[in-house]
Design a protein around this ligand. Structure first.
Ligand code: DGJ
Length: 313
């Protein structure tokens, strides 16, 4: 059993294989953490791992691949999973929520054509299981807007939101989703216009909403920023620095609420020269009052007896 993870390394699954779950998201369901993320190898798009302790990961499935079954939904979409020249498309930042009403696992992801970033769309897939093949429902532009870096957030009452970078990444949009999470219901916010925020990650703590973002510098890291609001519709506070000028060489992927007192910042340390050498970083989000603070740590250890995670400088 593994009890230690070193930040900035390519973590391995329980069989010693590198974990391919970049730009991903975690869902806690039926006593397991399910980790979804980008897997750009071969015919894969999104892979799924699961763990009971966040330290020992079992590969479960390539849940989205070039041969994923396709089914249209009520939204008019482009259902192609290969591009016009027969190559793979590009699916980034997959996020998955469980819909309590429909009992479906719903995945939203950033869709591009695989050649450039001109499509700037989102795409949806669903499954009856967290770790079996998903059904791909296609890509679209919400209300016709560009939609690149993205995330999902599910509120305590099940209301879900899709947050994505619009207007060539100049603005960040917040959309409330329809009850089955298969379409946007309304555009509830356009944030920080012209401030070029991407890689959004949203969490809720003590009734307040928090959003972490990066600036736009390709695969290179930059100064992270955090904002807070009393409602997802806002108003959102002006951005304040979060971490150092490179966010400790990371870009946000998602925040996992491990307990009422414990919020973990999961991030990517991209390798711009070799995507497949991109690694993972997990840091505790610490708070000064209700303000989130990010300090750097080199490793994390699971103290099994206390079921506590400790961090080493
Ligand atoms: C930064 C984004 O956060 C990534 O998901 C990816 O799109 C790179 N840009 C591409 O340069």
């Amino acid at each position: 059993m593994n009890n230690r993870l070193t930040n900035g390394t390519v973590w391995s699954d329980i069989h010693g294989q590198p974990i391919h779950a970049h730009g991903g998201h975690m869902l806690f369901h039926d006593h397991y953490y399910y980790w979804y993320g980008e897997d750009r190898r071969n015919e894969f798009y999104v892979s799924c791992y699961r763990s009971k302790d966040l330290f020992n990961w079992e590969f479960r499935n390539h849940i989205l691949t070039t041969s994923t079954p396709v089914a249209p939904i009520r939204v008019r979409t482009n259902t192609k999973l290969m591009n016009g020249s027969g190559g793979k498309v590009n699916l980034e930042r997959p996020k998955v929520l469980f819909n309590q009403e429909t009992k479906k696992f719903v995945l939203w992801v950033h869709y591009e054509n695989g050649t450039n970033y001109n499509d700037a769309a989102c795409a949806i897939a669903t499954s009856d299981y967290p770790d079996k093949h998903f059904i791909y429902h296609g890509s679209f532009n919400p209300y016709g807007y560009m939609s690149r870096d993205c995330t999902l957030f599910q509120d305590d009452d099940g209301t879900a939101y899709f947050i994505s970078a619009a207007r060539d990444n100049a603005d960040l949009h917040i959309y409330r989703l329809q009850q089955d999470y298969l379409n946007v219901e309304s555009l509830v916010g356009k944030l920080w216009q012209g401030e070029y925020r991407e890689a959004p990650a949203v969490f809720k703590r003590n009734g307040k909403y928090y959003m972490l973002t990066s600036f736009c510098t390709g695969w290179e890291p930059n100064q992270g920023k955090a904002s807070m609001a009393d409602a997802m519709d806002g108003p959102w506070e002006m951005l304040r620095n979060f971490g150092d000028e490179t966010t400790y060489h990371t870009q946000p992927s998602f925040v996992l609420k491990r307990s009422e007192q414990e919020y973990l910042y999961f991030a990517d340390r991209w390798n711009a020269a070799d995507y497949f050498q991109s690694s993972y970083v997990t840091l505790p989000i610490e708070f000064e009052g209700d303000k989130p603070v990010l300090n750097n740590y080199s490793a994390l250890t699971l103290e099994r007896d206390a079921n506590a995670i400790t961090f080493e400088k």
